[in-house]
Design a binder for this molecule. Sequence first.
Ligand code: FAD
Ligand code: A2P
Length: 264
Amino acid sequence: MTQVLHADAQTVTAVTHWSDRLFSFRVTRPMSLRFRSGEFVMIGLPDQNGKPVLRAYSIASPAWDDELEFYSIKVPNGPLTSRLQHISAGDKIILRPKPVGTLVLDALTPGHRLWMLATGTGFAPFASLLRDPDTWARNQRVVVMHTCREVAELEYGRRLIADLQDDPLIGEMVAGKLHYYPTTTREESRFMGRITDTLRTGKVFRDLGLPGPLDPAVDRAMVCGSLAFNRDVAALLRDFGLVEGSNATPGDFVIEKAFVGDGI
Ligand code: FAD
Ligand code: A2P
């Protein structure tokens, strides 16, 4: 791997491979980096000529963590991830410490029930927000819907959710507030179906024993998936009367792309 000799170099501290398509890793955190849980930064590696190949990545760790965590796809011929997937502890990556993004609690008006709606690696910003005490202080209920094609793709999220209850910082805050609804669409599992379908038909409310349907007086949502997913979920949320928000104008729901392109 080409050496990173860069002012923005950070050191990899741990790598976990979840499947042949997914891995997560942790890196040192620059002293100067302040971010809000849910934001993304640019990270990368130099190419053979030393030129940085940078891509947007949601920070998957919460704002209070000493290190930074990322949850990544492995694109077979991807300019970055075809090489990034081979990093190991001690390697350097480039990290531009300029966090931005709309999946932040401040971009939502106060509500009671927060929906985190993700497909694939779109779970990453929620891995950050779910470990942030502010998420639990601000909401009476948090419903996490994560949909992937196959069961193995849900494992990073499943493990993280399971660990929340035992977390010394937020375990007690989470108790009784968290509702987790992992679904698959192309492999048999306990819950099946697209997020759009289970929200529209009310299946998710019946399965979790929650009052429905979505209600702008109560519900707030954060959405992170493919362009098609984001578009279809936004249309659904608008149908139920929710209004999109932003950092400048907080609203009932916010959206971020999990990646650009059609998926692999
Ligand atoms: P690219 O040339 O960037 O992508 C090649 C193709 O692979 C894309 O056209 C698309 O079809 C597909 N693809 C890329 N990323 C994904 C993905 N995550 N899931 C499914 N298909 C994909 N990626 C992450 O893995 N984790 C993140 O936390 C993350 N956060 C992002 C946040 C934002 C705001 C944006 C815009 C993108 C984010 N991405 C994330 C995507 C990331 O920027 C890169 O596209 C990805 O790392 C692949 O890089 P690459 O150079 O190997 O391939
Ligand atoms: P499906 O298998 O029915 O296409 P992808 O891997 O293509 O990014 O998809 C990840 C997950 O998101 C899959 O379970 C997929 O369901 C689902 N999905 C893809 N597009 C949409 C959409 N427009 N609305 C709702 N769910 C979607």
